[in-house]
Design a protein around this ligand. Structure first.
Ligand SMILES: [Ca+2]
Length: 508
């Protein structure tokens, strides 16, 4: 064989080897990418502000229409007994850190924590921080460090600019500030608002360019989809914390007409503006789900839909906002109407379509669940939540957890409602005990027989009551919960009359 022919064959052979090596490397890379994709699912966490458990069609709403969310519920697990803290800031803090709001000492909403305890009530409220300290590692920080694109779109409410999402592991922040509600849902979403410490210009950041009539929930969804466009194959964590359906209850009048026409006596829900706001939210949830489906991302994306506290039962411009019946009370209370929230989870390959889970869970559980989903482990500091994966695989399973605890050492509205005074609660399976600090009143309910918490059994069941009370006290002590104290300057005659809620009020 002539040397040059041999050389040509060697070169050819080398070329074949290179090609085969390239094919092998491509195959290996594809395999590794598949492994990475499987171990790093995308996560979309949709949190709706002040959405009551019964506000959704799939949970039994009557006036309201939520077809996209209802269809989504049928593709995964619908939880019937999911709880949150009773207000915005505590739930957001616990959800992102896996630590109980009482352990974090973030038990009331940020603006109120900054304002401090009222001085004209029987008790001085327990200490509560308005900012999430950087010593607490958020789920966003874990996911960011693991290579995820991390984005928050919407409400933050966990501190001032020194504690904004960018300082807690989020690569992108569209809309997150220290304030709990927009001044208005219409562009430019800004205006002056009166706080006890003075007037402030409040705004929703990074939405400066818009047009008259533009609606906040629509715009936030535009922004969220734009962020996903830019993920470019990177695993992503989208924390989509809608400002809706918190007050102010605002929606274009044309959107309300359908619900005004639908009103009739006997409906559980009676606010057509709120119904229209919720319908708009549902449309926008549908847009996100459709975006994922069209791009095939739904096959590797965990989607969670939840509310942050019970429905708001106060009035807005003279009309009750929502109704949590048959659950008792609403946002700000530790009765079920204040803490029961919608929770829907779809995790491809793990959840089964149409599943319903009745196990009591709390949104704190999302932190360990999502860390597990991403193949991560929390650091050694305390995690109060439980990994929900066993329930997602088998909704009939039970968690190895004795009880859920709630702690709200604060006052809320209306002042005349005893449910809205400082309190703690324990739920141990079907039994729930509430303790009210003003008069040390104890109430005991069997939730399986009495979901509306109407029949107080504390007097009839002293042993059960004493045991649960002791467990509640032991829990509070174990996590260092802040307790209210007697207000030595309190004079009942000095109580201020109740104020109606105005558009400019900053309710969490
Ligand atoms: Ca809320």
């Amino acid at each position: 064989m002539p040397t040059n022919t041999f050389a040509v064959k060697l070169v050819a052979l080398d070329g074949v080897c290179k090609t085969m090596r390239s094919i092998f490397l491509c195959w290996l890379a594809a395999g590794m990418a598949a492994v990475a994709a499987a171990s790093q699912p995308n996560i979309v966490l949709i949190l709706v502000d002040d959405l009551g458990y019964y506000d959704l069609g799939c949970n039994g709403a009557d006036l309201h229409e939520t077809p996209h969310i209802d269809r989504f519920a049928n593709t995964g697990v619908r939880f019937t007994t999911a709880c949150a803290m009773s207000l915005c800031t505590p739930t957001r803090a616990t959800l992102l850190t896996g630590k109980h709001a009482a352990r974090l000492r973030m038990t009331t909403w940020a603006e109120k924590a900054a304002e401090g305890s009222p001085k004209d009530r029987k008790l001085l409220e327990g200490e509560s921080f308005s900012e999430l300290a950087h010593s607490h590692t958020t789920i966003a920080k874990y996911l960011h460090d693991a290579g995820y694109l991390t984005a928050i779109v919407g409400k933050w409410h966990l501190g001032d600019a020194n504690h904004y999402p960018e300082t807690h592991g989020f690569d992108v922040n569209i809309g997150g500030t220290q304030w709990g509600a927009p001044v208005t849902y219409f562009w430019p979403y800004s205006g002056m608002r009166q706080f006890p410490y003075g007037r402030q210009l409040c705004y929703v950041p990074h939405l400066e360019f818009g047009k008259p009539g533009e609606y906040l929930t629509d715009r936030l969804t535009d922004e969220a989809l734009r962020i996903l466009d830019r993920a470019q194959g990177r695993p992503f964590f989208l924390y989509f914390a809608h400002y809706a359906v918190h007050v102010p209850i605002e929606i274009p009048p044309d959107d309300m007409r359908h619900f005004e026409a639908k009103l009739h006596p006997g409906l559980r829900h009676r606010n057509p503006a709120y119904a229209a706001m919720l319908k708009n939210l549902d449309d926008n949830v549908g847009r996100v789900l459709e975006y994922l489906r069209q791009r095939g991302l739904d096959q590797n994306t965990i989607v969670i839909f939840a509310g942050d506290n019970g429905g708001y039962i106060g009035s807005y411009k003279g009309a009750p906002v929502t109704n949590n019946a048959p659950l008792r009370s609403g946002k700000g209370a530790l009765y079920e109407g204040g803490i029961r929230v919608p929770l829907l989870i779809r995790w491809p390959g793990v959840t089964t379509a149409g599943a319903v889970c009745n196990e009591p869970v709390v949104l704190t559980d999302l932190f360990p669940t999502l860390l597990h989903a991403a193949g991560l482990s929390p650091a050694a500091d305390a995690v109060d939540g439980e990994d929900l994966t066993p329930l997602l695989k088998n909704p009939a399973a039970r968690l190895d957890r004795d009880a859920l605890f709630f702690h709200h050492p604060h006052y809320y509205y209306p002042r005349s409602d005893g449910a809205m005074t400082p309190s703690s609660a324990i739920r141990a399976r079907d039994w729930k005990l509430l303790e009210f600090f003003e008069d040390n009143r104890i109430e005991l309910y069997n939730l399986s027989q009495d979901p509306g918490e109407q029949h107080d059994l504390a007097g009839q069941m002293p042993a059960q009551t004493a045991e649960l009370r002791q467990r509640l006290h032991a829990w509070r002590e174990s996590i260092g919960a802040a307790l209210p104290k007697p207000n030595l300057d309190y004079k009942p005659s000095e109580q201020k009359p109740e104020k109606p809620i105005r558009k400019s009020d900053s309710k969490e």
